[in-house]
Each structure stands twice: as C-alpha cells, then as structure tokens.
Design a protein. Structure first.
Length: 250
C-alpha cells in the first residue's frame, strides 16, 4: 500500500489504537502546521497522523494552516491521505451515524490560503490543476472496500459542501446547499482537497455525519446532537481505517 497519512478532524486529537513511534516536528515554508505529525503503527502497519484542529483541538476550521499541513505530510513521504471530517447531513440518506466517501465537492469557503501556486513562496511554473474529480478514485475505492470488509457499509459518493464556519449554517443556507446539490456540509474539506491535489497526493475524504444540517432535523440543539453521535462515528471510522491498513498491504 502507498504510504498512508490520516488527517483527523473533530473528535480526533489522536487516532485511537495508533501506537506512536515517532513525533515529527514539521518545518514548512508555509508556516506552522496544526501540530507534529505522528508516525505510528495501526495493527501491523505504519501510518502518519496529523490532528487538523491541533492536539488540543483548539484550531477552528478557518484558522487551520492547510498548506503547512499538506506540505508537512508530503515532506514525511505520505502518498495516500485520508481526510477525516465531521459533517452535517443534508440528503435523506445521510443521517447521523452514517459514514460516507464523497465524490464531489463545492467550495463556499473564503479568505483561506488555498493554493501553493503563488508568486511568492513556493510559486511554480504550472499553476493549474485538474479538479473535475476532486477526490482520488483509487483511495475512495479502497475506503469503500474497507468499509464493506468491516461490515460498515459506507455511502459511495455525495457532494460535500465546504462552508467557512465556525458558526453552523442557517436553515436557508442549508436549503441553498441542497438546491446546489450538496449532500453533506462540513467546514474543513477545502482547501485541503485541492492542496493535496496540487502537492501530487492521492486524497479522499472519509466523512462521518454527526448531525442533521440546520433545519433538516427535529429542531433540537445541533451541538448536543453532534456530541451524541461523535463517539459512535469515531468507532466506525477507526474500524474502517484498521481494515484499510490490514487489507491493503503491499
Ligand atoms: N455544518 C457544518 N459543519 C459541520 C456540521 C454542520 O452541520 N456538522 C459537523 N460539521
């Protein structure tokens, strides 16, 4: 299997079951990453882990240094990158507790350093990437096979709407996302996916639904709904990752 990295989102200040072997402090031309990269062992395989919101989970989605994170993982030699993401569900099949591997995205974020291709640091001659298919199909399929093998069927596909946050959406905003074709809404899917493509990494998102998006559920507090579903989702995500490393050996 290509060298795997996992970027943990909400709920993942560390990766349960990962035996840490080395803490790698990254020096990047793009500034400070969210924290050190942990090289560790999951089952009998090694992977890299980086907590997107920092080890203390204090970095909000709009303040994550996505460029330093992706650059750091590239420097470590990662080839496959799984971005874990807590999301709200919009489409009827995407209820709380569901795990999904989206195949499309729409970027509603703004003001984030979203490209390595700038005239200053790291500017390169080629400054366009193809992004018709924003996620790496090989890794998407590997995740889907792992979900099936772990008897945790993942939804294959869906459109991830990346919002700016850190506030949750209004009900009208969610209705607009729905009209745009979004099935899931989260705050960290971009620019991470595009930067990974720019860096030449094979990137896919493993999304876990922790709440119905604003206006879609029964009207109880979204924040308490999130807390309630997070633990179950974390267990599912860890099982998928354990199966991924076990079944996609070299
Ligand atoms: N909206 C945006 N981001 C999220 C949500 C949501 O409802 N749930 C988890 N992350």
């Amino acid at each position: 299997m290509p060298r795997l990295a996992v970027i943990g989102g909400s709920g993942f200040s560390s990766l349960p079951g990962l035996l840490a072997l080395e803490t790698i402090v990254i020096r990047s031309a793009y500034g400070l990453p969210s924290g050190p990269v942990i090289r560790g062992r999951l089952g009998d395989r090694e992977l890299f882990f980086l907590a997107r919101h920092g080890e203390d989970q204090r970095i909000p989605p709009h303040d994550v240094n996505y460029r330093a994170n992706i650059d750091g993982l590239r420097q470590c030699g990662a080839e496959w990158v799984v971005g874990l993401g807590a999301v709200g569900g919009i489409g009827p099949q995407y209820g709380p507790g569901v795990l999904a591997v989206p195949d499309q995205l729409i970027d509603y974020t703004y003001g984030r350093a979203h490209t390595f291709f700038t005239a200053g640091t790291g500017g390169k001659e080629v400054n366009h990437i193809e992004f018709t298919e924003p996620y790496c199909e090989q890794l998407r399929q590997a995740l889907l096979r792992s979900g099936a093998a772990a008897e945790l069927p993942l939804i294959d596909g869906g459109t991830y709407g990346a919002t700016q946050g850190p506030r949750l959406e209004t009900a009208a905003e969610v209705r607009r996302l729905e009209r745009d074709g979004c099935d899931l809404v989260g705050m960290t899917g971009m620019p991470e996916a595009a930067l990974a493509r720019e860096a030449g990494l094979c990137y896919a998102c493993l999304a876990f639904v922790v709440n119905w998006a604003a206006g879609k559920g029964s009207g109880t507090s979204l924040l308490s709904e999130m807390r309630c579903h997070l633990d179950r989702c974390i267990q599912g995500v860890v099982s998928v990752l354990e199966t991924l490393v076990r079944t996609h050996g070299d």
